[in-house]
Design a protein around this ligand. Structure first.
Ligand code: GSH
Length: 210
């Protein structure tokens, strides 16, 4: 199995399935394509590595190429059921998929204004639209932690693909100095969750290689 990812400092989409793949415990090789190269060289390199979409990440597995972060996570969840990449309970799983999909398809303002840049530390003043995204994320995190999080520090207690999808968000909050207390996190629960995401051995391994 091989996963092709973009520059680890920046590639938030690559980080998500890479975390899920690490969680499976399966052996894999990894190819890193350097993003942001001049003269469209990144896209050429991504295509040369075998990406159908011209983007990273993608997974090569059993003669199959699977692309797009969410599709790769779903593939891994099916291939490695013992890794429990989604919550075991069907109702919780449906909600976890909703949370992951909301991230995958949304929060465009936060993503555009505060791109993932792992070593960056700054105090940003963000637009109304990004503030709205952050408020929604805090509300989502608090609601999921309260309803499903009793069994552990993550959204559904144990770690799941939903947490993979919000790990790059936690890095953005850290990089851009976002104080979650200003966005409805009155008791610090969302901030604690963000800290838990950034303290997993899998995330720390990615960050150390960035
Ligand atoms: N929807 C895709 C988005 C993938 C994406 O936007 N990847 C970026 C890097 S994070 C990319 O490949 N950009 C091409 C480039 O920089 O040349 C996914 O979820 O995997």
């Amino acid at each position: 199995m091989e996963i092709v990812v973009g520059t680890k400092r920046w590639s938030s989409w690559s980080l998500r399935p890479w975390l899920a793949l690490k969680r499976t415990g399966a052996p894999f090789t990894e190819t890193v394509v350097e993003l942001r190269q001049a003269d469209n060289r990144s896209e050429a390199a991504i295509r040369a590595a075998g990406s159908p979409s011209g983007q990273v990440p993608f997974l090569k597995d059993q003669g199959l190429t699977v692309w797009d972060s969410l599709a790769i996570c779903e593939r891994l969840a099916e291939r490695f059921p013992q890794a429990r990449l989604w919550p075991a309970d069907a109702a919780s799983r449906a909600v976890a998929r909703s949370a992951a999909c909301e991230m995958h398809a949304g929060f465009a303002s936060l993503r555009g204004e505060c791109p993932m840049d792992l070593p960056l530390r700054t105090q940003a003043s963000v637009s109304e639209a990004t503030q709205k995204d952050i408020r929604r994320i805090v509300d989502l995190w608090l609601g999921l932690r309260a309803s499903y999080g009793a069994g552990g520090p993550f959204l559904f207690g144990g770690w799941s693909i939903a947490d993979a999808f919000y790990t790059p968000v936690a890095t953005r909050f850290r990089s851009y100095g976002v104080q979650l207390a200003d966005y409805g996190d009155r008791e610090g629960e969302a901030a604690r969750y963000a800290e838990a995401l950034l303290a997993t051995p899998e995330f720390l391994a990615w960050e150390a290689a960035a």
